[in-house]
Design a protein around this ligand. Structure first.
Ligand SMILES: NC(=O)C1=CN([C@@H]2O[C@H](COP(=O)(O)OP(=O)(O)OC[C@H]3O[C@@H](n4cnc5c(N)ncnc54)[C@H](OP(=O)(O)O)[C@@H]3O)[C@@H](O)[C@H]2O)C=CC1
Ligand SMILES: O=C(CO)COP(=O)(O)O
Length: 296
């Protein structure tokens, strides 16, 4: 049995620890200590060969700087987001700490709540090192079908961008604009994130597969999604602070919308839905925002 360490005992980290324990001996740690099975110290986890990191994108840069010690571990990154303050992708952040050959990124449709109930899904392990992707893929339980890909940037952008589109879809639902509008928004969102990804050398097919369309359709159509619920709150006129207080969990689409706004400005890119989400987060009226996107 392989020993796997999970860092971050939030919703996704604990769901992954549960799923991976079907075939492996799994240990978990977190910033806030918990009275749960196999909870150990960070120092003990860092001694293990295989580690899953489920710390949100907005926090990871500082966490790596303050806590990570490279001992040649193989890392699977479970977060989905782009750092707001810098506009850096996760692979840019991690590359200062972990070699490309030692790191993989997890993507695809996966609400933690369903994974914790052993409900089936299909996920993608993305790494430049195909041997490592295969290895991580082999750790997953029978109820999760795994695929592998070398398109790290495509998977990363798809996983992060879909959270922003999910916020827009939540706004659309909250404003009761109808299913036609939602479908129009989601499909234009898919095109927007694919175009953005391709500008960074991502493969088009990553956006129509599990990492892109798969995760987008899931997140942008369900109140199980925290990002979708952020959109519902914005449509009701709630502030970011009120929404996050009610949510009590992370919604990566918010930071990612700010990151995309920064990138769009720096690189002079046209990202219409991401821009509207950013503007709504900054106080623009949601209805006029969606109308400006959906009307001629
Ligand atoms: N939930 C889901 O269904 C899915 C989530 N994801 C992604 O996984 C990532 C984590 O999400 P999720 O688990 O749901 O979020 P949660 O808010 O449930 O958990 C976040 C985790 O990160 C830890 N954490 C937060 N800030 C810091 C910090 N500054 N230093 C150290 N640890 C920190 C928390 O530690 P502690 O609680 O111990 O303080 C907690 O374990 C996100 O990027 C999300 O998009 C991806 C797929 C599915
Ligand atoms: O990424 C997810 C499912 O694949 C989780 O989405 P939310 O963070 O919006 O809940």
């Amino acid at each position: 049995m392989n020993k796997i360490g999970v860092i971050g005992a939030g919703k996704w980290g604990s769901a992954l620890a549960f799923a991976l324990s079907e075939k492996n001996e799994v240990y978990i740690t977190s910033r806030t200590p918990r009275d749960i099975k196999n909870f150990v110290s960070l120092e003990e986890i860092l001694e293990l060969k295989y580690i899953v990191i489920a710390i949100p994108a907005q926090e990871i840069s500082l966490w790596l700087k303050e806590h990570f010690v490279n001992k040649g571990q193989k890392i699977l990154v479970a977060a989905k987001g782009i750092e707001a303050s810098s506009g850096l992708f996760l692979n840019n952040i991690y590359k200062d700490y972990v070699k490309d050959k030692d790191i993989a990124y997890l993507s695809g449709p996966s609400f933690a709540t369903e994974v914790k109930k052993s409900l089936p899904t299909a996920l993608v392990i993305n790494s430049k090192n195909e041997e490592l992707s295969d290895k991580f893929a082999s750790f997953f339980p029978s109820f999760i079908k795994t695929y592998t890909s070398t398109d790290v940037i495509g998977a990363e952008i798809a996983g992060a961008y879909k959270n922003v589109i999910a916020i827009a879809a939540g706004v659309c639902e909250g404003l009761e604009l109808g299913k036609n509008a939602a479908a129009a928004l989601i499909s234009r969102g898919l095109v927007e994130m694919q175009r953005f990804g391709c500008a960074y050398g991502a493969k088009e097919e990553s956006f129509v597969g599990l990492s892109g369309a798969g995760d987008l359709f899931l997140t942008a159509s369900s109140t199980m999604s925290r990002n979708f619920r952020v959109g519902l709150g914005l449509a009701k006129g709630k502030t970011q602070t009120e929404i996050l207080q009610e949510l009590g969990e992370v919604a990566e689409g918010i930071g990612t919308a700010y990151a995309l706004q920064k990138i769009a400005k720096d690189r002079d890119l046209y990202l219409p839905i991401a821009r509207e989400v950013y503007e709504i987060l900054e106080g623009k009226d949601p209805l006029s925002s969606l109308k400006s996107f959906l009307s001629n």
